[in-house]
Design a binder for this molecule. Structure first.
Ligand SMILES: Nc1ncnc2c1ncn2[C@@H]1O[C@H](COP(=O)(O)OP(=O)(O)O)[C@@H](O)[C@H]1O
Ligand SMILES: N[C@@H](CCC(=O)OP(=O)(O)O)C(=O)O
Length: 268
C-alpha cells in the first residue's frame, strides 16, 4: 500500500467512561464483556481492531473507595494509575474468554510530536496487529494529564486520542462508543424532542453549534470533542461513527457499511 492509503479492514473503537461504569460508579462488567465479545468476533471475521479505552480515573476512584472523583491533579493521576491496572485486568479476563490476547499502549501528545517515537509506535501497532493481538490504548495520565491541564483539550480527551490513533494506524473507520445513540440536532438530555442525524458530510460551524458538553458526571468532553475528533479523522479520509456503547453489536452493521448512529463521512 502507498503512504496515504488506509487499511480497509482496520478499525479503531473508542469506549468512554460512562459505558464502562454504572450509575453508582462501579465497573459495568456486562459492558466490558459485551465489548470484548463483539470485538473478538469481529476480529475472527478478519478485521484488525484497536481499542481506545477511557475509564482509568473512574475505575481507580472506585477501587480506592474515594467517595467522589478526586479534584486535585495528583490524586486524579494516582487514581488513573490504579484504575489503568484494573481495567486492563478486566479486559484481559474477558478477552481471554474469547481466546484473544491484548496489549497495553499508553500515549501522550509529545509522543505524536516526535517522528522517531511516532515511527516506533506505528511499528508496535503493526507488529501487534500482525499477530492478531488487540492493542488497548489510553492516555498516559500519570505522566501528563492534558485533559485536566489543557483548556482547548486538543489532545487531552480520549475522543481526540482515538482520532490521532486512527490516523497514525491508517484505519478505515473510527467508531466512538458513547452513552447516547449518535449525534442529535440538540443535546437530547436537555431537549427530549431532539432528533438523531444519520449522516454528516461536512463538520462546519453550523454542525459544531449543535454540540454540547458532557452528559454525565462520568463522561468528559461531550459531543464537542467527538466532533473535533471526527473532523480530524475526516480530513484523512477516515469515516467516524458515533453510536451507543450499551449496544456494541451495532459494530456488526457498521462493518457491513450499514447505517447506525451518526456517520461523519471521511473526505480527502
Ligand atoms: N448534539 C448532541 N447530540 C448528542 N449528545 C449530545 C449533544 N450535545 C451534547 N451531548 C451530550 O454528550 C454526551 C456524550 O458525551 P460524554 O458525556 O463525553 O460521554 P462518553 O464518555 O460516553 O462519550 C451525551 O450524553 C449528551 O448529553
Ligand atoms: N484517560 C482518562 C479518560 C479521559 C476521557 O476522555 O474520558 P471519556 O470522556 O470518558 O472518554 C481515563 O482513562 O480516565
Amino acid at each position: 500500500m502507498n503512504d496515504l492509503s488506509l487499511y480497509q479492514n482496520r478499525i479503531v473503537v473508542k469506549v468512554g467512561t460512562s459505558t464502562l461504569t454504572n450509575d453508582i460508579g462501579q465497573s459495568d462488567l456486562r459492558s466490558f464483556d459485551r465489548i470484548a465479545c463483539v470485538l473478538s468476533d469481529i476480529q475472527n471475521m478478519g478485521h484488525e481492531i484497536i481499542l481506545v479505552s477511557s475509564g482509568a480515573i473512574a475505575v481507580g476512584t472506585n477501587k480506592l473507595q474515594m467517595k467522589t472523583r478526586p479534584a486535585s491533579m495528583r490524586l486524579k493521576q494516582a487514581a488513573a494509575a490504579v484504575g489503568q491496572c484494573r481495567i486492563m485486568n478486566l479486559y484481559d479476563k474477558f478477552f481471554n474468554d474469547y481466546d484473544k490476547t491484548i496489549a497495553q499502549i499508553l500515549l501522550n501528545a509529545e509522543d505524536m510530536e516526535n517522528e522517531e517515537k511516532k515511527e516506533n509506535l506505528t511499528n508496535t501497532f503493526d507488529a501487534l496487529l500482525e499477530m492478531d493481538i488487540i492493542p488497548v490504548v489510553n492516555e498516559n495520565d500519570s505522566v501528563s494529564y492534558t485533559e485536566i491541564k489543557s483548556e482547548d483539550r486538543l489532545f487531552g480527551d480520549n475522543d481526540m486520542l482515538s482520532a490521532v490513533v486512527a490516523i497514525l494506524c491508517r484505519a478505515q473507520k473510527l467508531v466512538i462508543l458513547s452513552d447516547i445513540d449518535g449525534f442529535y440536532d440538540r443535546d437530547p438530555r436537555l431537549h427530549p424532542n431532539a432528533k438523531r442525524i444519520e449522516r454528516i458530510n461536512v463538520i462546519g460551524e453550523e454542525v459544531q453549534s449543535l454540540a454540547g458538553g458532557a452528559g454525565s458526571r462520568r463522561g468528559t468532553g461531550g459531543m464537542k470533542t467527538k466532533l473535533q475528533a471526527a473532523k480530524l479523522a475526516a480530513a484523512q479520509g477516515i469515516d467516524t461513527i458515533i453510536t451507543n456503547g450499551k449496544h456494541p453489536s451495532a459494530l456488526y452493521e457498521i462493518i457491513k457499511g450499514g447505517s447506525v448512529g451518526t456517520l461523519f463521512a471521511g473526505k480527502l
